[in-house]
Unconditional design. Structure first.
Length: 92
């Protein structure tokens, strides 16, 4: 009986230590410990960022305004939206 209590205590202590370690890693890693951070890592690991940074897609256009370049997705009628407004991201 005493051995079981000792084992249970050791397991509880190990779990508490593991939980503290995981919390510390999450705090240190910041956004990397979040779902969004994991998605961002995948975005960079699989090379998708290269297409986004160069606006390399048949469905995107490069728009130049005030000495800045923007990657703007082409509108599709099925998606609706305001045809006067363009949305995208600045590219180097």
């Amino acid at each position: 009986m005493e051995a079981n209590e000792s084992a249970d205590s050791a397991v509880a202590l190990a779990k508490a230590n593991a939980d503290q370690t995981i919390d510390a890693i999450r705090k240190v890693s910041g956004w990397a410990g979040t779902r969004e951070g994991r998605l961002a890592k995948q975005f960079f690991d699989d090379g998708t960022w290269k297409n986004a940074m160069t606006c390399n897609s048949p469905h995107w256009n490069i728009v130049v305004t005030s000495n800045e370049k923007w990657c703007v997705p082409m509108r599709r009628p099925i998606l609706g939206g305001d045809d006067e407004q363009q949305y995208g991201w600045r590219i180097p």
